[in-house]
Structure formats: structure tokens, C-alpha cells
Design a protein around this ligand. Structure first.
Ligand SMILES: [Zn+2]
Length: 306
């Protein structure tokens, strides 16, 4: 009898101890606010989510703050956009954070690009061509359809690190994807007037957004990703823009305004200023409001009679 009571106590202790970590929330750190917003929707009460970047930065040049290493040291899971988008800060921070769970080969490292089909994959590796997009264009966060693939990767990654709640993550994923699908269907209808319009942006980060909503990104003010413009490049760009009747110059908010304004003025194109991550403006904290804002801004800027 005594033995039996002890067994029950041991079982109870094991059960209790086993339950304790599950009751604790999964600490999720995202590189950018877009992924943090997705993780909040998919993780619900089971996760505590923080983003390193606030959304106003250049994703290729987010400063490595010491506090970020502390945050990563305590993380269970790290979400990255991938395709080397975060090359400027994530590898260095991971080294400083010394957290094996979220190292590149650890269970908590979730590369959200695994199911994403990237555009502009380089056919040859040539460092002289700049090295900001070595795996293809990483700015797929501006495409709400490709972000559904990222959502799947997030749900699977959370479940992999918290198997007990796999069903909840799957359920929340389905709910969020349905919300996103409704928004996408509405956006595609609203975007009709943008169909066939051409745009030039400062950095090659508008290609997915343009394609999704029927536009075409035909050039950049930068010579190449991460390479500053030269006077002869700007001259050629302006000539091409006039010939092809480019409608928009997009100035991403973290780039200087002057040159984008000059190019727009010289070519008769309309200047639009857009954030390229959620959180880039106070009214774009959530992913859906971010895409909504960009689409609305372009529609509102569309020259009359076009
Ligand atoms: Zn880029």
C-alpha cells in the first residue's frame, strides 16, 4: 500500500513537472514585424512574440543592438524572412546570443522562405554585382499570397517546438489564412485600376507587390541592390522611364527623398512614399493594414484619367 502511494506521488510529480513547461508560453522572436504579426495570429495565447526590427529600417542594414542578443538568448524560436535578407544583423546576433535552440541548424530556427518561390534568382554569383540578394529577391513580405506560404512555415515551426499544441497552431493557421484570403480577394478587385502600370523604386523591393497587383517593376534608382546610383545610371533610367511612360516612382521610406523626387519630376512620374515592412508607419502595425496602406496610397496617387 505504502509503495502504491509513493508510485502515485511519483506519477503526480512527473505529470506536474511535465506540465510545467507546457504551461509556459513559447518565446518567439521575429526578425521583422510582418513575421511577428503572423506569429501572434498563429500562436495566440501559446506564444509571446517580439520583433527585432520595428519596420522603419532597411532590412539589409538593421543595426545590431546589444539588447537584441539578450532577447535572442532567451528565445525558444526565431523567425526569419530568409533568402539572406537579414544578413546584416541575424548571423552576428546569433553568434552573440549563444542559444543553440535558435542557431541555423537548431529546432527553433524557422526560415519562413522554405515554401516560397523566389523571383530574380541570380544565374551566377558575382560579388561585383552586389551581394544583397544572393539567393533571389527576398522582399516577398510585400506579396500577401507568398506570405501564406510563410504562414505555413511558421505554424509548422511552432508545432515542431511545442508538439503538444500542434492542433491549436493548425486551427489558428486556418483561421488566419481565411482572413488573409478575404483581404487578398478584396485587394485584387480594388487594384484593377493599377493593372498594366509601370513603376520604378529606389531598391529592388517592389517586384512581388507589383506583380501581385498587375503592375510591373521596370527599374531602380539604385544601380543594383545595395549599390548607390551613378549620374549615368540616373540619366539612362530617366530616358527609359519617359520612353516606357512609367507611372510611379516609389520611394521606400528609409531611402533619401531628394533623388526620388528629382527622378519623378524629370520624367513626369508620380512619387509615392511607401513602407516596405509592417510597422513602417503608425497606421501599418499589422500586416493586413500595411498591405492595405500601400495599395490605397498607390490607388490614391494614380493620375486622373489613367
Ligand atoms: Zn533588398
Amino acid at each position: 500500500m505504502k509503495h502504491r502511494i509513493l508510485s502515485i506521488v511519483v506519477v503526480a510529480v512527473v505529470l506536474f513537472a511535465g506540465r510545467a513547461p507546457a504551461a509556459a508560453v513559447l518565446r518567439v522572436v521575429a526578425s521583422i514585424p510582418d513575421l511577428a504579426d503572423f506569429a501572434r495570429h498563429i500562436g495566440g495565447d501559446l506564444v509571446e512574440v517580439q520583433s527585432l526590427a520595428t519596420g522603419v529600417e532597411d532590412i539589409h542594414a538593421v543595426p545590431m543592438k546589444p539588447l537584441y542578443a539578450v532577447t535572442l538568448n532567451r528565445a525558444d524560436v526565431l523567425l526569419v524572412l530568409g533568402l539572406e535578407a537579414e544578413h546584416a544583423f541575424i548571423p552576428g546576433l546569433l553568434e552573440a546570443a549563444r542559444n543553440p535552440k535558435i542557431m541555423r541548424d537548431g529546432p527553433g530556427y524557422i526560415d519562413c522562405s522554405v515554401y516560397v518561390l523566389p523571383l530574380e534568382i541570380p544565374t551566377r554569383i558575382d560579388r561585383s554585382l552586389g551581394d544583397q540578394h544572393p539567393m533571389g529577391n527576398p522582399h516577398y513580405n510585400l506579396d500577401p499570397v507568398r506570405m501564406k506560404d510563410a504562414a505555413r512555415a511558421i505554424a509548422e515551426g511552432l508545432a515542431r517546438n511545442d508538439m503538444e499544441h500542434e492542433a491549436a497552431y493548425k486551427r489558428n493557421l486556418a483561421t488566419y489564412l481565411a482572413t488573409l484570403d478575404t483581404a487578398i480577394a478584396r485587394w485584387q478587385q480594388e487594384a484593377a485600376p493599377l493593372k498594366g502600370k509601370l513603376l520604378v523604386s529606389y531598391h529592388p523591393d517592389m517586384i512581388y507587390f507589383a506583380e501581385r497587383f498587375g503592375m510591373e517593376a521596370v527599374g531602380t534608382i539604385e544601380l543594383r541592390a545595395g549599390v548607390d546610383p551613378t549620374p549615368s545610371h540616373i540619366e539612362e533610367l530617366e530616358k527609359m522611364m519617359q520612353e516606357q511612360k512609367v507611372t510611379f516612382v516609389v520611394r521606400e521610406l528609409h531611402y533619401p527623398a531628394g533623388l526620388a523626387e528629382t527622378v519623378a519630376q524629370a520624367t513626369g512620374a508620380t512619387l509615392v512614399q511607401l513602407p516596405v515592412m509592417a510597422g513602417g508607419l503608425p497606421q501599418t502595425q499589422e500586416y493586413i493594414s500595411f498591405i492595405e496602406y500601400n495599395l490605397r496610397t498607390m490607388l490614391d496617387a494614380l493620375p486622373k484619367g489613367t
